[in-house]
Each structure stands twice: as C-alpha cells, then as structure tokens.
Ligand binder design. Structure first.
Ligand SMILES: [Zn+2]
Length: 352
C-alpha cells in the first residue's frame, strides 16, 4: 500500500506521506469501520494528535461492561452413569450449553481470556469451557472413524452446529496416554488442534505440584508440553490447569522455564474453584491464579459455588457480568468502574 501511494505522488509528497504513516503506526490508530483510505486516517491522526478518535460503537445501549466477571467452567467426564461430583450426564452437559447460549454466553478459549483477545458481538458475554484429563468420555472415535456421539466434544460440536454464533471452542488439558491411551490419541489431539480447540498443559504425571521440589515441578511442566508437541508439533501450549488445583509451594514460581531440552511458557494458570474469573482487563485479574467453577446444576438451596449457582447469580446481578461492546479494540465499562482498569489496557479504555 505504501509503495502504491509513493508511485502516485511526487517524491517530496511521497516522503511526507510515508513519514505521516510511520507516525500513525507508532500511534496504532484503530481500524476504521467505514473503510476509509488508511492513508487519509493517518494524515488526520497526525494533524490533530490531541483529539481522541470517537468510539467505534456506543456501549450504552447494550450496557457493555468489559470489566465484568467471566465464568470459566471446569468439566471432567461426560458419561451415562457419572459416579462423582465432577462428572456429568450428556443431557446435563447439553442443558448447560443451552442455558449458556440462551443467557448470551459465547465460548472463547482459555488463552483468549488470558490475552484479553475477546472479539464478541455487542451484548454477549464470554464463557470458557475447560476439560481436564483428556479422558475417553471427552473424545473417542467410533468404528467409522467419526467422533463418537455423547462424548463431550461431539455434544459441543453438535450444539454449535445448530446454534448460530456459538463457536465450538474449548480448552482441553491433556494427560499422558490421552483419551484412554488409544493408539489414535496423538491423531485425536491433532484433530482438536485443527478444529480450533486449545491444547493446554495439565503436566506429565498429574501429580500434586505442592508436594514436589522445584526441579520436579519444572520437569512436570516441560513434560506436559512435550506430550502435546510430540503429537502436534505446531501446537503452542500457553495455559496450564493445575492438577488438583494445587500450585507449587514456592511463591512466585516461574511459569516459564525449561527442562530436558523442552521450554515452557504459560501465560495463564487455572485453579479449581470456586467463583467467576475477573475480567482480563481488570486490576483484579491475576493470570497465574484464574478461578474456575465446577460444572454442576444448582437446586436453589445452599450455595455450592458450581456453575449452576454462579450462572444464576450473574443472571440476577447483570452488573457483575462481562458484557461485550462489540469492538475488540476498546474496553468499555460504566465510568464509575474506571479505577479498576488494568494499567496495560488504559489506552484502550472507553468509559461511558
Ligand atoms: Zn486433572
């Protein structure tokens, strides 16, 4: 584009335009929705450096609050006869997806939450679906080589296919011998990756990191990355779900490191329990301790701090919930919350 401009203009004018565009690049002007020539935007921006560009969308009609809370739901097995409180029937999983959809939630991956990479329609809310332990109840192939019905991934794919705007994306935290140790395990990880699912670290060995030495923690983290990248060489492993929800003992343990020739670099670390996560744009967001809630129905009795309870709380208190403004380049929120914007997002802040 820059070259084309220069050839149309005299050398002097061309140099001026190039200089203005260079200034604009450093200023990172927002994408112009009207499709105006970017060069014209650059000239305008350089000519009036003190005038902030107008908001691309009006956050008020949808009560946008991008400092609101985000449910991160933790699933284990989806199976016909769940023995434990961490597992769910297929019909319960379908019902929860329906509830999320009807309440305006749209799935994003854990890494998208951590990065604040949330590109959702105005008035909708992000939800992160996480699956721990890469079990056979989450993903299996049938004899024809298709994804077996009633596995978690099949249910999610089916639901998304019939509910517009509900992307079938989730974060799958992988154990050794994934999906029951079947021979297809590595190919199944590659299949998930190709479909846009995030493959996350759940460590090699699935041991309680709070009981391990620093060197053992390091090996467990690197080993978890290795078992994914051995199967899917192009995968970037960027989030970690702590086995049993327990962090290493050493405060400030490094989420980046290397062991056995394998480097790891986690941008986000996910806990077990027991509340919605703060917005990634909020000062309260700690990328190394992101809460998740167990998936479970709630009968309206004593609080159980699982998904049914919290989805009810967020429905009854809409001011607590993250609501998108529809513009991924801005962080919109009621002006009264202004002090809660994290420093690194202040230039994108759009209070109203
Ligand atoms: Zn686990």
């Amino acid at each position: 584009m820059i070259g084309a401009l220069v050839t149309r203009l005299s050398v002097t004018a061309g140099l001026l335009i190039v200089a203005l565009i260079a200034v604009a690049c450093f200023r990172q002007p927002p994408v112009d929705p009207a499709g105006l020539d970017p060069g014209a935007v650059a000239v305008e921006a350089a000519a009036e450096p003190t005038e902030p560009p107008p908001p691309l969308v009006d956050p008020a009609p949808v009560d946008a609050n991008e400092l609101g809370e985000v449910p991160v739901i933790m699933y284990h097995r989806i199976l016909p006869d769940p023995p434990g409180g961490y597992d769910r029937f297929p019909r319960q999983f379908r019902a929860e997806l329906r509830q999320l959809y009807e309440q305006g939630y749209r799935p994003v991956r854990a890494v998208d939450l951590v990065r604040g990479d949330l590109d959702l329609p105005a008035g909708t809310s992000p939800v992160v679906l996480t699956f721990d332990d890469s079990t056979r109840e989450q993903l299996a192939y049938d004899e024809a080589g298709d994804i077996a019905p009633d596995t978690a991934i099949a249910i999610l794919l089916d639901f998304a296919a019939t509910h517009e705007g509900f992307d079938p994306v989730a974060s799958v935290y992988v154990n050794e011998a994934p999906f029951g140790g079947v021979a297809d395990g590595p190919r199944m990880l590659a299949d998930l990756h190709a479909r846009g699912f995030e493959l996350g670290n759940h460590t090699a060995g699935h041991r309680n990191l709070g009981q391990l030495s620093a060197a053992q923690v390091c090996r467990g983290l690197a080993g978890g990355v290795e078992l994914i990248t051995d199967a899917v060489p192009g995968a970037q492993v960027r989030t970690l779900s702590l086995p049993l929800g327990v962090p290493p003992q050493r405060a400030g343990w490094p989420p980046r490191g290397r062991a056995g020739g394998v480097a790891y670099e986690h941008e986000g670390v996910f806990l077990v329990g027991a509340e919605p996560a703060p917005s990634p744009f909020s000062v309260e967001f700690d990328p190394l301790a992101i809460p998740r809630m167990r998936s479970a129905s709630w009968d309206g009795g004593e609080p159980d701090y699982a998904s049914g309870f919290w989805l009810d709380v967020l429905a009854r208190h809409p001011g607590r919930r993250y609501l998108s403004d529809g513009d991924p380049s801005r962080v919109s929120f009621p002006a009264a919350l202004g002090g809660r914007v994290a420093k690194r997002f202040r230039t994108a802040a759009n209070p109203y």
